[in-house]
Each structure stands twice: as C-alpha cells, then as structure tokens.
Write a protein that binds this ligand. Structure first.
Ligand code: SF4
Length: 307
C-alpha cells in the first residue's frame, strides 16, 4: 500500500521514508540498504558480523538499548511503532558472503540480530529472515539467531539444514505480570519455552542438524519469589542459560545505547527487587546453579559466544 511519498512525522531532512503500510500497531517502511553485514563490536565482538534484516523493532521493549540508534529523536521516542524493512537484504547477503570467501578460507561468524528481532511480527508477512536462512544454507556461516519470538519454529525446515547454529531465545523473567510491564508487545513466556521444546522435538538428529539452544535471561528482570523455582526448572529445556544484571547505561547520552526511561520508571514499581538489585541477582543466580545442574550457566558477555 504505497500511500504517501514521505512519512508524516518522522522526516528529518536526512531520513525520508515512504510509508508502505500499517502492520499491527507499527508503520512499515521499506528501503534498500547499502550493506547488510556489519562488523561486530562491543559485547559481541567475537563474531565477524552482525546482521539486522530490519531497522526498528515492533516489540518495543521498555529497556531496549537499540532505540538509541533510531534515525531521529522522534523515532527514538516512538520505538516499537515503526519498522524499516531492508528490502534488498537477501541479495546483499549473498553478494557479501561471496566477497568474504574471495579473501577468507574459513566461514564467517554472524550474529543475527543485535538491534532488532529477526522474528518480529512483520516477518510473518515479509519472510526476510527466512530468505536470509536460505542463503546461509548455501554459504555455511557460523550463525547465532537471537530472538524472543516463537515464529522461529516456522523455519525449522531450514534451521535443521544449518550445521553451525546456536539459537538464543530471550526470556527475561519467569513472571508474566513482569513481562507485560517491561515488554507488553512481546510473546508470552510460555510460548517462547514451547518454541524451544518444539525445535528440539521436531529436528531428527538423523536427518538434520540439531542447533545449540540458549535461553538468554539478559538483562534479568524481577521474578516473583513464588514463581522463581518453577521458572528456573523450566529453563532445563536449554543447553545453556545466560544471565546478566540490569544496568542503567549511559543515561542522558542520546547517541550511546542506554536503558530507556520507561524501564527505569518501572524499576520503582518493582522496588522489592531493585532496592537491593545485587542481592536479587545473586539469589537468582544461586538458585539457578542449585536447580539446573545439567545445563551450562554463563554470565554476561561470555554467555553470548557461539561455542
Ligand atoms: S526484541 Fe530486542 S530489539 Fe526488539 S525491542 Fe525488544 S530488546 Fe529491542
């Protein structure tokens, strides 16, 4: 639905997007990108590249640092209400992987995605991530998929054809009430756990490659005490569990990733957890070690490695 030539409200002179359609609560734009693989830096610098099929994210999580990288301040304030589809992502990926192999004999490692969710709602229609997986099957990179969406199960037929694959499913709390406060537009905890089980159950190791699966509890959000043990036990479905403390990073510095005000306000509602956050974190971590004896438990950056 190519309606308007310029997007009302978000034009800043430098960034003018054509509104293509409305999907769920978000305005959707499409744009060709210059490149699709970006050099991985910071927290995930052990990878060669990050790959973000979309810019913006419909899940609009309250704590999302990626909002800081929005094209302009209005879009940053409206994080979750817009998505830019990188229309030529598959074509670019193929070109860039061909180029990689012209000067490298090893496979590249790719982290998908660092500032968007590759399985956010619009993916159901666009199938951009699915197209990228088809390219990955041919060019065989070492791939990590970071998502909080059960939609990933749609692609089990392709996932099982990728030899070096780790799936990181984000689940930040064991309490639905907390999930709805901090990330009201995201899938339920139950649906995410079910997706992990489904991937494990449906891939026959004789016919396909079973991916490594992590649950990333990063950053750890409050879990009500009466729900904590059940939540931790439910994480036994993963091979690895990664935890990380909630940090209020770089507040007030607009060009640097930071925790959004929305999440900081919520920490007041959950004062029973945040007033002594370190203790809450350590108590959670201790119970994790007590209850999940057969699962690899890692903290922070080291939990995000492929191996
Ligand atoms: S799913 Fe990830 S990228 Fe999307 S809003 Fe939430 S934290 Fe940000």
């Amino acid at each position: 639905m190519m309606g308007k030539l310029l997007y009302e409200g978000y034009s800043s002179g430098k960034y003018d997007f054509a509104v293509r359609e409305k999907f769920a609560q978000a305005n959707i734009y499409a744009k060709n990108s210059q490149s699709i693989l970006s050099k991985a830096t910071g927290f995930i610098n052990v990878y060669d590249f990050t790959l973000n099929p979309y810019r913006g994210c419909q899940y609009g999580c309250s704590y999302c640092y990626a909002a800081a990288f929005s094209p302009n301040s209005k879009m940053r304030d409206d994080w979750g209400k817009w998505v830019i589809v990188k229309a030529n992502a598959a074509e670019l990926l193929e070109k860039e992987l061909v180029k990689w192999y012209q000067s490298n004999s090893r496979s590249p490692s790719i982290y998908m995605s660092s500032v968007t969710d590759p399985y956010q709602p619009i993916e159901a229609q666009e199938k951009l991530t699915r197209q990228l997986l088809e390219i990955m099957i041919i060019y065989k990179p070492k791939l990590v998929i970071q998502t909080r969406s059960p939609m990933i199960t749609r692609d089990i037929d392709l996932l099982q054809r990728i030899k070096h694959l780790r799936i990181n499913m984000s689940i930040l709390t064991g309490s639905e009430r907390v999930r709805k406060d901090f990330e009201p537009m995201s899938p339920s905890i139950k649906a995410r756990l079910h997706a992990v089980k489904k991937i494990k159950q449906q891939i026959d190791p004789w016919k396909g490659y079973v991916p490594k699966i992590s649950v990333t509890v990063t950053p750890l959000l409050p879990t009500f005490p009466e729900e904590q043990a059940d939540f931790i036990n439910s994480l036994a479905v993963a091979d690895r569990v990664v935890i990380q403390e909630f940090h209020a990073q770089n507040q007030g510095r607009s060009l640097i990733a930071s925790t959004r005000q929305e999440a900081l306000t919520l920490t007041k509602k959950y004062a029973w957890w945040y007033d002594n956050e370190q203790q809450s974190y350590h108590q959670f971590k201790q119970q994790l070690h007590e209850l999940l004896t057969g699962v690899e438990i890692k903290e922070g950056k080291e939990g995000f490695t492929y191996e």
